[in-house]
Write a protein that binds this ligand. Structure first.
Ligand code: FEO
Length: 171
């Protein structure tokens, strides 16, 4: 495997684990604010991010590559209203999209079609994750100021359940 592609794939394990850690910190904020539905939503998201890390890890192993785990940075954001974590989430997903795109571009440069195909799932996943983040922001802006509507939104997010992402389920 090309060294640059390898390095970026290995770094993505860390980026995905950081995402899990970051979303756990969002869940902690909502938990402490009494919005347990939002907390549930972000804990499920954190589990999915851990799975994304595992998908990259497994891909490296399948290709006979060494996995090197680095330190995970501290999520250090503090929030002063319910909208802020949602907006930070969208910003973070945009960053992750740019990381995935960079790996794709590096793979394309060396004609690593296998890695490009592997990344297809993540490219679609990022589209979905950004769209969901936008939707959560829109709903909070529209309804978050009304206690009854916020209660209902919180109830809706309480119903999210974890399911194994398809690339892991297939293994
Ligand atoms: Fe693993 Fe939210 O991207």
């Amino acid at each position: 495997m090309d060294q640059k592609v390898y390095k970026l794939l290995n770094e993505q394990i860390n980026a995905e684990l950081y995402s899990a850690y970051l979303y756990m910190s969002f869940a902690d904020y909502y938990e402490e604010e009494g919005l347990d539905g939002y907390a549930n939503w972000y804990m499920v998201q954190a589990a999915e991010e851990r799975d994304h890390a595992l998908i990259f890890r497994n891909y490296l192993h399948e290709n006979g590559q060494h996995v090197s785990l680095g330190a995970i940075a501290q999520p250090d954001k503090t929030f002063s209203n319910y909208l802020e974590p949602l907006e930070a989430g969208l910003e973070h997903e945009k960053l992750v999209t740019s990381l995935i795109n960079s790996i794709y571009a590096a793979a394309d440069e060396v004609k690593d079609y296998r890695t490009m195909k592997f990344l297809d799932w993540f490219i679609e996943e990022q589209l979905e994750e950004e769209a969901t983040a936008v939707d959560m922001i829109t709903k909070m802006k529209l309804f978050g100021g009304d206690a009854r509507s916020l209660y209902e939104l919180n109830q809706e997010y309480a119903t999210r359940t974890y399911s194994v992402p398809s690339p892991l389920a297939a293994e």
